[in-house]
Write a protein that binds this ligand. Structure first.
Ligand SMILES: [Cu+2]
Length: 401
């Protein structure tokens, strides 16, 4: 049970991202509850069905980009716990308090401030023009709409980083959460490879990689065996200029420089779509009862982002019925990547089986996901670029009798 006291001057809500909870606790104003008004309270009361790494944040406007979020870790009583230490690593892009607010950024985007292919060189916090990034990026070019002045790891800029300490040879479980609003991060730990064990809370077949691409709303758990020394844990803002950094320390010595760029960043970069489900969480094979297409579209010109050609206010609900196996075909027809998030369910990727609730769909590519309709209600389904969601890229997964 969580009581929320809204001390903000405006209404808010709390969404428990990734948790397959009861629908009326999902925290989406206008869909599952009335907004929590300024000065009001609301008590969330629910059971968490699955262990894993989650987070929570408002589902109201662009409040998420003000830093209103927290990490929710659900421990597994059956977890073998084959690690010595556990670190939570939260990634964020930051503009608030630097002369403009996230609401200002959204207003600028809506005025068409991003039109015309401005590309690189835009001012901090200003729109990037929709084609930021290079085609060598694993995001295939469309790397976000906003060039932020700061990128953070656990709330700190690289010049004043947090230090994560353990002993040489210890196995550390790192829970990476991307709480950013418009930035995917390429994450690497200098001198180490990462063994990814979980995506969006659910176990995957352990997969070793040099670097990991984390979209907004995605979470990955990785295990490392620490070397002896000080190492940069770097989160490069993919396709943008800048990075976040934390210092990993297992010995005395100078901390790495704020602009450290470990070689691992330029080696193998793993995407969530490449992971395979651990056997115990793979969806059991069965026929698909119902398929919905979600065509993702939009442009920077009028900053209108759509699913099946419509913004949320006009969106046709995706109707499903309890007990069905449902396939969602996420078809990106835009030049921007979209981390697509389904509330109340953890889907399985059709290609790999990996269980996730948020998946990056790259420009002009498609991802198919399957889910079992076992949690009745009205469930928001949207892009986790918070500006895209505000500009319309949202619909409803709607259980019908
Ligand atoms: Cu999007």
């Amino acid at each position: 049970m969580v009581r929320v006291d809204n001390a903000l001057p405006e209404s808010t809500s709390v969404h428990w991202h990734g948790v397959a909870l009861r629908n009326d606790m999902d925290g989406v104003p206008g869909m599952t509850q009335t907004p929590i008004g300024a000065g009001s309270q609301f008590t969330y009361d629910f059971t968490v069905p699955d262990p894993g790494t989650y987070f929570y944040h408002p589902h109201s406007g662009v409040q998420l980009d003000r830093g209103l979020y927290g990490v929710l870790v659900v421990d597994d009583p059956a977890e073998p716990g084959a690690y010595d230490a556990e670190w939570i690593v939260v990634l964020d892009d930051w503009v608030d308090g630097t002369g403009q607010t996230p609401d200002d950024v959204l207003a600028t985007l809506r005025k068409g401030g991003g039109a015309g292919g401005m590309g690189h060189g835009s001012m901090g916090g200003m729109p990037m023009g929709g084609m930021g990034g290079d085609m060598q990026s694993p995001l295939l070019g469309g790397a976000g709409d906003v060039a932020y002045p700061h990128y953070l790891v656990n709330g700190r800029v690289p010049a004043s980083p947090v230090t994560l300490s353990a002993k040489p040879g210890q196995r550390v479980r790192i829970r990476v959460v991307n709480a950013a609003s418009d930035t995917a991060f390429r994450v690497a730990l200098g001198g180490h490879r990462l063994t990814v064990t979980h995506s969006d809370g659910f176990p995957v077949l352990p997969t070793v990689t040099d670097a990991l691409l984390v979209g907004m709303g995605e979470r990955f758990d990785a295990v490392v065996t620490l070397g002896d020394g000080t190492f940069p844990l770097v989160a490069v803002a993919e396709g943008k200029a800048g990075q976040g950094m934390a210092v990993v320390r297992s010995a005395a010595g100078d901390a790495p420089a704020p602009d450290a760029t470990p070689a691992e960043l330029q080696r193998e970069v793993l995407l969530g779509t490449q992971l395979r489900a651990a056997t115990q969480v793979a969806l059991r094979p069965r026929d698909v009862d119902r398929t919905h297409d979600l065509v993702l579209g939009g442009s920077m010109r009028n900053y209108r982002w759509t699913i099946n050609g419509k913004t949320f206010d006009d969106a046709d609900p995706l109707e499903i019925r309890q007990g069905e196996r449902v396939r969602l075909r996420l078809r990106n027809m835009s030049m921007m990547f979209h981390p697509m998030h389904v509330h109340g369910h953890t889907f399985g990727l059709r290609e790999t089986g990996a269980r996730k609730d948020t998946v990056i769909v790259r420009p002009m590519e498609s991802v198919e996901v399957d889910l079992d309709a076992v949690n009745p209600g009205q469930w928001a389904t949207h892009c986790h670029n918070i500006y895209h969601a505000e500009a319309g890229m949202m619909t409803t997964l709607s259980y019908r009798a």
